[in-house]
Ligand binder design. Structure first.
Ligand SMILES: NC(=O)c1ccc[n+]([C@@H]2O[C@H](COP(=O)([O-])OP(=O)(O)OC[C@H]3O[C@@H](n4cnc5c(N)ncnc54)[C@H](O)[C@@H]3O)[C@@H](O)[C@H]2O)c1
Length: 347
């Protein structure tokens, strides 16, 4: 059994989704809709599928059971909501939306229409992330003390100037933090839990854009640990991202798809296998180019949604999980804007 997918927005990341679907047994690409019909036609030709000129016609196609939302970030809600009302299950590129209010609206409409909502955070499916989370759940870190993320990436002037939405508050919802570092923000929360308080500085240091290209924040988490978040799109030529978690009984550091430190007081035979299998590689991920991301995570998440539709089991991550990163990001922006600490509500 396969689930038919339609892709809304036929730009850069749409290609990654289409390629991933071609390799999956439980998902099948039916076609593309883009408000720029020529873009939809180009991708449709490339993948031998249909291009739709009209959004209503696209939504009315019964072959399409699920849609992938790959429009600019601040336009996710405007297409997700009619798609959910048309009964389509939704795979929505990150960020789910650029404000908490818009995220909540998408979640509510999906619930009301009994459709699944899978917010793309492909890194959650990577092996290092799954191993670190399991170690955390097993208590191997002891008392957590530090959970930090560093992203010293590079994006050229043309990356922003060649787009009508990147680097804008209205459609990108922020800069290095909202667009690029969001995956690391999600992982900090996924592994170490919810934040309690943040304080941040941000600035636009090397690009002619509205939003920040550099930001530093300190975080206090609800479990009592602390951490730093350091993000940039100004650091030529661009370096691999790094996440590091330390507790009283262990420390782990990892990059894109590899682990650089895996040390626990309760060492186990499996630790040596993990270290050997996932040792450091030169994979810089998206550090210097947005296209340099591995397709495995997207394939896993598309397959997860298709399987959940076909079997009725819950998703690996749902809309409420996708909202958590937006909560931390918008709290960080609020602190940078006001020059004061931001305290998160307990919900
Ligand atoms: N998961 C990841 O690692 C990852 C990587 C890159 C981009 N993204 C996300 O994917 C989304 C798209 O990014 P991109 O780089 O592909 O952008 P892009 O500019 O290359 O493509 C966006 C496409 O959407 C179309 N579009 C705009 N408004 C539309 C509307 N209302 N209806 C239909 N089509 C519309 C545009 O014509 C364009 O073809 C963004 O939200 C971005 O954050 C995620």
């Amino acid at each position: 059994m396969t689930v038919g997918f339609g892709i809304i927005g036929a730009g850069m990341i749409a290609e990654m989704h289409a390629r991933s679907m071609a390799d999956l047994k439980n998902a099948k690409l039916i076609g593309f809709y883009d408000k720029n019909f020529a873009a939809a036609q180009k991708r449709a030709e490339e993948f031998g599928v249909k291009a739709y000129e009209n959004f209503d016609e696209f939504l009315a196609d019964p072959q399409i059971r699920a849609v992938t939302i790959a429009t600019p970030s601040g336009m996710h809600g405007s297409v997700a909501i009619p798609a959910a009302r048309a009964g389509k299950h939704i795979l929505c590129e990150k960020p789910l939306e650029i404000t908490l209010e818009k995220c909540d609206e998408i979640i509510r409409v999906c619930d009301e229409n009994n459709v699944l909502l899978s917010p793309v955070f492909q890194s959650r499916f990577s092996k290092p992330v799954q191993l670190v989370r399991r170690a955390m759940q097993e208590g191997r870190f002891g008392r957590m003390v530090l959970a930090s993320a560093q992203m010293r990436w590079y994006r050229s002037a043309s990356y922003y100037s060649g787009s009508n939405w990147r680097g804008t508050w209205d459609l990108d919802g922020g800069g290095a933090l909202m667009n690029q570092a969001i995956h690391m923000i999600d992982l900090l929360i996924h592994i170490n839990g919810a934040p309690e308080e943040v304080f941040a500085f941000s600035g636009t240091l090397t690009h002619s854009i509205e939003v920040e290209d550099n930001l530093c924040a300190t975080v206090k988490y609800r479990n009592g640990s602390f951490g730093t978040i350091e993000v940039s799109t100004s650091c030529a030529p661009g370096f691999p991202r790094r996440l590091e978690f330390s507790g009283s009984c262990g420390t782990v550091a990892f990059g894109e798809n590899y682990i650089t430190r895996w040390d626990f007081a309760d060492s186990r035979p499996e630790d040596e296998i993990i270290k050997k299998e996932l040792q450091h590689t030169s994979d810089a991920g998206g550090g210097s180019s947005p296209m340099n991301i591995n397709a495995n995570g997207h394939s896993s998440q598309i397959s997860d949604l298709a399987d959940a539709i076909l079997t009725g089991r819950p998703l690996y991550l749902d809309g409420k999980e996708g909202r958590r990163a937006i909560e931390l990001i918008t709290g960080i922006y609020e602190s940078a804007r006001t020059g004061k600490p931001y305290f998160f509500k307990r919900g």
